[in-house]
Design a protein around this ligand. Structure first.
Ligand code: PLP
Length: 342
């Protein structure tokens, strides 16, 4: 196998077309087998429910070349289950977990020349997508669905691994409501949040930090990532809320934090607590952890990091999770799923 001719060390998060993606169709009550497709265009009814009424959900996960040369995907079973929850919540046909695991293995195998080499800092991002495809103009769930999965090689979200970010608490735009769809991975949540992210960026911050929409008192999450704070007595504190997306990275970090001897608290986190944390971070598949440099809340600002010097706790958590993903630290919970390369 010859690797694709890419500048692996300098990849960003831009979409790069690879050789193949997979498509599965739900029709007459059942899912088809995989269709291997070279084109990265799809044909869709102009009346598809995905386009008009937001009947779509997606996932994001990564495959890594490990130190020993094998390829593994990080916790794909969790993504499969979360995608089933997302689908159910907006009345779409869920894509079965077994098929999901086959699909991610197969799409990685088919595009093996795009898997970044161990040590480059890059990885192969896997994007499963589920769309309601029936042409219906009335508002109702589709009866036909398309599940597709593609891959694209990506660099570390920030070059050099850990890049501290400045957050702005925005209160006049909500991403999700308490009984809405904030806890599932649907495109509509992102559409709702675009203005807030843009506002934060226009004002010189990296991302928005949302509060709960009802009370504007408790922390929800950052735009595309969960939030955690580290207390001065070394507790890992992360919000519990019905309107945040259960991040698999966060779930993994909680386990690692416990293993490091920390106490983990998942509970409503009053925004006033940000002034007492010693460190804070945003977490998700893309960057693993983005250490928080500062948070601005109304006319107050708390700064955790001087000169972009990352705190010890964020650093240790990051190194540990990355080490497991890359096969340099023992994977004692079986989080890495090896891709059979035949
Ligand atoms: C995907 C996502 C995350 C991160 O989840 P991971 O499973 O860790 O990648 C966090 N918040 C939102 C809103 C998301 O869509």
């Amino acid at each position: 196998m010859e690797r694709a001719n890419l500048d692996w060390e300098n990849l960003t998060f831009q979409y790069v077309k690879t050789d193949y993606h997979l498509e599965y169709y739900f029709k007459d009550g059942q899912w088809s087998d995989a269709k291997i497709v070279e084109s990265d265009k799809i044909e869709l009814s102009i009346a598809a429910t995905a386009l008009h009424y937001g009947q779509e959900c997606f996932e994001g996960l990564k495959a890594f070349e490990q130190k020993d040369g094998t390829i593994s995907i990080f916790r794909p079973d969790e993504n499969a289950k979360r995608m089933i929850n997302s689908a159910k919540k907006i009345l779409m046909e869920p894509f079965p977990e077994e098929k999901f695991l086959e699909a991610v293995n197969e799409v990685v195998r088919l595009n093996r020349r795009f898997i970044p080499p161990y040590g480059s800092g890059a990885s192969l991002y896997i994007r499963p997508l589920l769309l309601g495809t029936s042409g219906i103009v009335g508002v109702k769930p589709s009866h036909e669905y398309l599940f597709l999965v593609f891959v694209t090689p990506v660099g570390p979200y920030f070059k050099g691994g850990l890049k501290p970010i400045d957050l702005l608490v925005i209160e006049d735009i909500d991403r999700a409501a308490p009984f809405g769809t904030g806890d599932v991975k649907v495109g509509g949540n992102y559409a709702a949040g675009l203005r807030a992210s843009k506002k934060a960026k226009d004002l010189g911050y990296n991302e928005v930090l949302y509060l709960d929409a009802r009370h504007k008192k408790y922390i929800d999450e950052s735009g595309p990532a969960n939030f955690f704070g580290i207390t001065k007595d070394n507790k890992y504190v992360t919000p519990k809320s019905s309107s945040i997306l259960p991040s698999i990275t966060n779930k993994s970090l909680q386990v690692i934090a416990k293993d490091m001897g920390m106490t983990v608290e998942q509970r409503p986190v009053d925004v006033e607590e940000i002034f007492d944390f010693k460190e804070a971070g945003c977490c998700g598949t893309a960057a693993v952890i983005s250490p928080v440099k500062s948070i601005t809340y109304r006319d107050r600002k708390v700064t955790y990091l001087e000169d972009d010097e990352v705190g010890d706790v964020c650093h240790n958590l990051y190194n540990h999770l990355r080490g497991i993903q890359l096969g340099t630290i023992e994977d004692k919970y079986g989080w890495n799923f090896k891709v059979p390369m035949d």
